[in-house]
Design a protein around this ligand. Structure first.
Ligand code: ADP
Ligand code: MG
Length: 238
């Protein structure tokens, strides 16, 4: 089987500083793959490069059979790669529903868009209840739901989530993780970035541990969850 996403020897730099130093991994259709690692490891840089927001210095990104390296960000969305960014970046003064509609900006199938908005409200009922309210009135966890819902509005082949649990209460975090699990069971392919290694590895098919720009360890989610070095470094055990 050919992978949906294949990243080979990817290198990304900010000026002279190389933040991603030659990483390789793949994501098969239907899988949840996670990149974990401490702050500054290069996870966000990797996602932003996959989305076309940063240019790679070297290596290759292949998505759904196409090389993405020189393709601009909006065309990458159109190819089926959606990105829910770190920090969410919702539009606080716009309504929740208008924020969702923004995620469909490349689509012109009105009926399909309405169906997908209804689907987002099924997945996140709170968004439906408050659809006409300004998005800035939502709590952090609800804003995370909105960011995920917005990313899903492009009907992506691959959904990339950058630290969806960041800054959330344990209960809200569990809710977000349960939603990722639900999306997975519906067949959504997900690339999940997390500092919360326990939560991410528990639901991932495969995981990669990043440290200062490199992948230092790879395995199935379960393997990594039970790996002694991972437990020591990322799960707070000694
Ligand atoms: N806009 C930027 N300009 C310069 N350096 C950056 C920029 N963004 C991130 N970096 C650096 O790149 C490295 C990787 O950062 P990042 O990808 O955000 O890591 P992570 O998401 O794993 O926390 C860090 O050393 C960070 O300081
Ligand atoms: Mg980050």
């Amino acid at each position: 089987m050919t992978a949906l996403l294949e990243v080979e020897d990817l290198r990304v730099a900010y000026g002279k500083i190389e933040a991603v130093k030659g990483i390789s991994f793949k994501v098969d259709a239907g899988e949840v793959v996670t990149l974990i690692g401490t702050n500054g490891a290069g996870k966000t840089t990797t996602l932003r490069t996959l989305s076309g927001l940063l240019q790679p210095l070297g290596g290759q990104i292949k998505f759904d059979g196409k090389v993405l390296n020189k393709i601009p960000a909006h065309k990458i969305v159109a190819l089926g790669l959606a990105h829910s960014p770190e920090g969410r970046h919702i539009f606080p003064r716009m309504t929740i529903e208008d924020n969702l509609r923004l995620g469909a900006f490349l689509r012109d199938d009105k009926d399909g868009i309405e169906k997908d908005i209804a689907r987002a409200y099924d997945l996140f009922p709170i968004l439906g209840e408050r659809r006409k309210q300004a998005a800035g009135t939502l709590s952090g966890g609800e804003q995370q739901m909105l960011a995920m819902g917005r990313a899903l509005m492009s009907r992506p082949k691959l959904l990339m989530l950058d630290e969806p649990s960041m800054g959330l209460s344990p209960i809200m975090m569990q809710k977000i993780m349960a939603t990722i699990q639900e999306l997975k069971s519906q067949g959504t392919t997900i690339l999940l970035i997390e500092q919360n290694a326990q939560a991410a590895l528990s639901l991932a098919d495969h995981g990669h541990v990043m440290e200062v720009g490199k992948i230092v360890l790879s395995g199935t989610g379960q393997d990594l969850l039970h790996d002694e070095s991972v437990r020591k470094a990322y799960l707070g055990e000694d």
